[in-house]
Design a protein around this ligand. Structure first.
Ligand SMILES: NC(=O)c1ccc[n+]([C@@H]2O[C@H](COP(=O)([O-])OP(=O)(O)OC[C@H]3O[C@@H](n4cnc5c(N)ncnc54)[C@H](OP(=O)(O)O)[C@@H]3O)[C@@H](O)[C@H]2O)c1
Length: 346
């Protein structure tokens, strides 16, 4: 099969489009013919550049931390999957959920594309229990983006922030991936009042179009003052930030109301941010970081996407062979939506 292989960390050109042996599904695994894999700022671009050493990626590596496609073959002990089924998988392949065979086997632990071969390939094997069947009406490209971002946003808002209908949430990075999805989950699924914030009018407008009740460009407006105006001086119940922008997060933090919660699963704009601890304890604010997601939420996320409650933004779909170009696009910071690689296009 064809795959992207990294033999050494470095610039985008280290992504080599090569012939490698077809992977064979082991016990409890399914093999997926990949139709889509997303390109990510941290887990692909930063990893390829050699800036994510602590994650322990072993070279040579087939990257790609998610995929969507069609089941192509099944390993021994797999009963609920058969070739032809539409499927997505991503991230850490956990050990702590019960496998189909009831014996708890879920394949080797580790994140696909980092600790085990990833989705930048024509074929990839994943533990059957870490895969989800796709609902009708969701194409592979959008399914890969749903798999990558929606469960994380869902977990942050539902379980970590415990955002309730009628509460107010401030969503930072309204035009970004977790931001744009967070707006829709908060508004369309939870029923909260949503204030979107972004660093440009164009990205603030994306927030409005996705259903935010208010949108603020923090480069032209005083973020805290605007939020206090909107909330009648009360501040927001939840601040959802996955950026850690040192210029903006301190202002946003001081817009959190009494007993408010700050939740996060990302820090690419930081990571160091100055926090007003006096405000923190007087306002009884909780800060919680939580990457990843809860496996039981994944079907709910796909159902929300299939129902149109959560729409993902795709900027471009490129053939797998153009992975280096895809990395450059993400690195340039100019792309507004997700870049997706499709191995069926070459
Ligand atoms: N499973 C997980 O835990 C999980 C899953 C997905 C993502 N993440 C993490 O969550 C974070 C957000 O991911 P994403 O895909 O939503 O990001 P993204 O779409 O690439 O970027 C989100 C926003 O960050 C701001 N931004 C971009 N570059 C910046 C920079 N250099 N300095 C300051 N701000 C910058 C921009 O918003 P403005 O309008 O404010 O400029 C952009 O819209 C990442 O750190 C990612 O690693 C974690």
């Amino acid at each position: 099969m064809k795959a992207i292989v990294i033999h050494e960390f470095g610039p985008p050109d280290v992504l080599k489009y090569e012939d490698v042996p077809d992977p064979q599904p082991r016990e409890g695994e399914i093999r997926i013919r990949v139709h889509a894999a997303t390109v990510n700022r941290v887990l692909d671009v930063s990893l390829r550049a050699g800036r994510e050493g602590f994650r322990g990626a072993a070279l040579p590596l087939i990257p790609g931390v998610d995929c969507a496609g069609v089941v192509d073959a099944v390993g021994p002990g797999v009963r609920n999957w058969r070739p032809g089924m539409r499927v997505a998988a991503a991230g850490v392949m956990p050990l702590d959920i019960v496998a189909e065979d009831g014996e708890g086997y879920c394949g080797p632990e580790g994140m696909m594309g980092i600790k085990r071969p990833g989705g930048f390939a024509e074929l990839v094997c994943v533990p059957a229990c870490a895969a989800i069947e796709l609902p009708e009406g969701l194409d592979f490209h959008h399914a890969a983006v749903v798999m990558r971002h929606v469960p994380t946003a869902w977990n942050l808002l539902f379980h970590v922030a415990e955002l309730k209908a009628g509460e107010t949430v401030l969503v930072m990075g309204a035009g970004g991936n977790l931001g744009s999805i967070g707006i829709q989950i908060a508004k369309n699924v939870i029923g909260a009042t949503v204030i979107a914030a972004a660093g440009s009018e164009e990205r603030a407008q994306i927030g409005r179009e996705l259903g935010a009740d208010h949108a603020i460009n923090y480069n032209t407006h005083d973020l805290r003052a605007e939020i206090m105006k909107i909330t009648g001086g009360k501040g927001v119940d939840v601040l959802y930030d996955n950026i850690a922008n040192p210029k903006v997060l301190p202002q946003a933090f001081r817009a959190i109301g009494y007993e408010g919660r700050l939740v996060t699963a990302g820090a690419h704009g930081g990571p160091n941010v100055t926090i007003d601890f006096s405000y923190l304890y007087h306002q009884r604010i909780t800060i919680k970081g939580m990457p990843g997601y809860h496996p039981l939420d994944v079907p709910l996320c796909f159902a929300a996407a299939a129902e149109g409650k959560v729409r993902t933004q795709i900027e471009r779909v490129l053939p797998l062979s153009r992975a280096a170009e895809a990395h450059r696009l993400v690195e340039s910071g100019e792309s507004q939506g997700k870049i997706v690689l499709d191995p069926t296009l070459g």
